[in-house]
Design a protein around this ligand. Structure first.
Ligand code: FE2
Length: 564
């Protein structure tokens, strides 16, 4: 490889999504040769042991230079093949509507680890695409960002009773390579027409124990001689990986007096917590929120409420202010300035009523309480009135760089989203016609947003623009989840009312900030440097209104240019 490391785009994509699509690794002739060998032999497995003239291609693919280069970075040096290559979708149990994966409960032998730019994806499928897979073809399906899910996969999603709008079928070209983390929720569903050839090699971290091989070692037990007459609980922990009696590894249990080997294959791993059936949190909502960084709650507003809210916006059209173009250099999202009508809570009676009704509505309070914890405040309400041709809003924010005043944290079953913005949809938002857009999973990424994501000129398939109905309410992690808007292409104007909620923990502005206001006369006669630390809390983000202190040559001075 002529590059030393994966690009930030590739790192970001795999870290956010749990998979990486690398186009055109094999050329046409290479793909043809592999397809010919598959056709000649007519089998879907066992390639590594085929007759010499047919197997070499598959042995070479196993250590293809480009693949090895990626695996060294994604799994780590010393990775190994855990399961032999085979064509996906040809085994019993495949081709049915079940997804596997997810990171709750966590399986360390397959999990994804990342810290300070070091990664170890303990289980990873390398899928060679041997035939084009178009949209709607079926086959391989994935759920973006599910390799980092903190919440158990809802049964309805795993069994596809309800795909929750989360399940994607990647569009692939012959010659592509698709790298898929083992804990990304995935499944091979029935093909729409003909099955397509996806050749999968399953790799693992150098020490990770996953499956036993098919060789002679896996056919026998291996125990020290003296354990022949030992009790089963001794034999259960003295086995060796790869042998029959170590797959699966037996689990011991105890009542405090005696120890026994559990017969059930259920994993034993006690927690100090139990799932609270009285939390009043909807399982699927929590899963979506933690997975994506946003949540859509359908049908909160009724027709009467919608009518009144829309009538109020109609009434004050003369107050709509067209702001600046926000596409920030994007080619695909360029357009005209964004029209806003702000001050909705301060409109004269009775026009304020449909908006004041929003701010502490039970549907909002119920969710904000579990999303960020009680104690939060809102500012005003503003309606976004994009017209056909209004520019997109370049995507912004995300988990890297980290910001305590607006990030997402999950601990002990609780969501801590410090800043949440709610958008009440007064009109339908159609798929593909612009509006709110976000990168599901970006609230957990360790990599900075690439420029192509910011402009949406090169989204790598990671950006989602969800369709919504009038009356739906969108909650998103403003600051945590990378978000913005795509250019508005609908002849019917956008009508989304935005209300921002900050947690009790950080101040985004206003309130008692001035040193004199906060401390009184004690600040009299203080120097500028001293006054700098006497201010009240205020987050200034990009605007740089909070003075910082700098130290140079032992001298302290005030500056707006340093620090985060
Ligand atoms: Fe924003």
């Amino acid at each position: 490889m002529d590059r030393e490391e994966m690009s930030n785009e590739e790192n970001y994509a795999f870290d956010v999504a749990g998979y990486l699509h690398i186009p055109g690794v094999l050329n046409k002739q290479e793909v043809n040769r592999i397809n010919d060998a598959l056709t000649t032999v007519g089998e879907t497995e066992g390639m590594l042991g085929w007759a010499k003239q047919n197997r070499e291609l598959f042995r070479n693919l196993m250590v293809h230079p480009q693949l090895v280069w990626y695996l060294n970075q994604l799994i780590g040096h010393g990775f190994r093949l855990d399961q032999a290559p085979r064509l996906l979708g040809n085994r019993e149990g495949e081709g049915c509507s079940v997804l596997t994966g997810g990171d709750e409960p966590r399986d360390p032998s397959r999990a994804y680890y990342i810290q300070k730019n070091r990664r170890s994806c303990q289980g990873l499928k390398a899928i060679w695409v041997l035939e084009d897979v178009e949209e709607g073809d079926g086959g391989l399906h994935v759920v973006q960002a599910s390799h980092k899910s903190n919440v158990e996969t809802p049964v309805d999603l795993a069994t596809l009773q309800d795909d929750m709008g989360l399940v994607k079928q990647p569009v692939l070209k012959a010659g592509d390579l698709f790298l898929l983390a083992e804990t990304t929720l995935q499944g091979v569903l029935p093909w729409a027409n003909n099955s397509k050839r996806l050749l999968s090699y399953w790799y693992a971290g150098r020490a990770a124990i996953q499956s036993n091989g098919p060789g002679p070692g896996a056919d026998e037990d291996y125990l020290p001689e003296w354990t022949k007459d030992a009790p089963p609980e001794h034999r259960a922990i003295l086995n060796r990986p790869g042998h029959t009696d170590a797959n699966p590894q037996p689990m011991l249990n105890t009542d405090g007096k005696k120890t026994w080997v559990e017969k059930s294959p259920e994993r034993i791993h006690p927690s100090i917590y139990v799932r609270d059936p009285n939390s009043a949190i909807d399982d699927k909502e929590f899963y979506s929120w933690d997975l994506n960084g946003y949540l859509i709650v359908p049908g909160v507003m009724d027709v009467d409420w919608l009518t009144k809210a829309n009538a109020a916006v109609d009434e004050f059209q003369d107050r709509v202010v067209v702001g600046s173009e926000l596409a920030r250099g994007s080619k695909t999202q360029a357009g005209t300035g964004r029209p806003l009508l702000s001050g909705l809570l301060d409109l004269p009676d009775p026009y304020n009523e449909p908006f004041r009704k929003m701010i502490a509505h039970p549907a909002v309070v119920a969710r904000l309480n579990w999303m960020k914890g009680g104690g939060y405040r809102a500012d005003g309400a503003t309606v976004f009135c994009a017209v056909e041709g209004t520019s997109g809003h370049a995507l912004h924010d995300g988990n890297e760089p980290m910001s305590p005043s607006r990030g997402y944290y999950f601990k002990n079953g609780r969501s801590y989203a410090e800043t949440i913005t709610i958008t009440w949809q007064l009109r339908d938002v159609e798929a593909g016609l612009g509006g709110f857009a976000a990168v599901p999973g970006s609230h957990k990424t360790q990599y900075a947003m690439p420029p192509g994501i910011r402009t949406c000129d090169d989204t790598m398939g990671l950006v989602v623009q969800p369709a919504m109905k009038a009356g739906d309410v969108l909650f998103f992690m403003d600051g945590g989840c990378t978000h913005g808007a795509l250019a508005w292409k609908n002849p019917i104007e956008r009508r989304g009312v935005l209300i921002k909620y900050q947690s009790r923990n950080s101040n985004w502005g206003k309130g008692v900030i001035d040193p004199q206001e906060r401390w009184g006369n004690v600040v009299e006669g203080m120097t500028e440097e001293q006054l700098t630390v006497m201010r009240g809390p205020e987050r200034d983000a990009r605007d740089r209104t909070v003075p910082r202190l700098d130290v140079r040559d032992g001298q302290v001075s005030v500056s707006l240019d340093i620090g985060h």
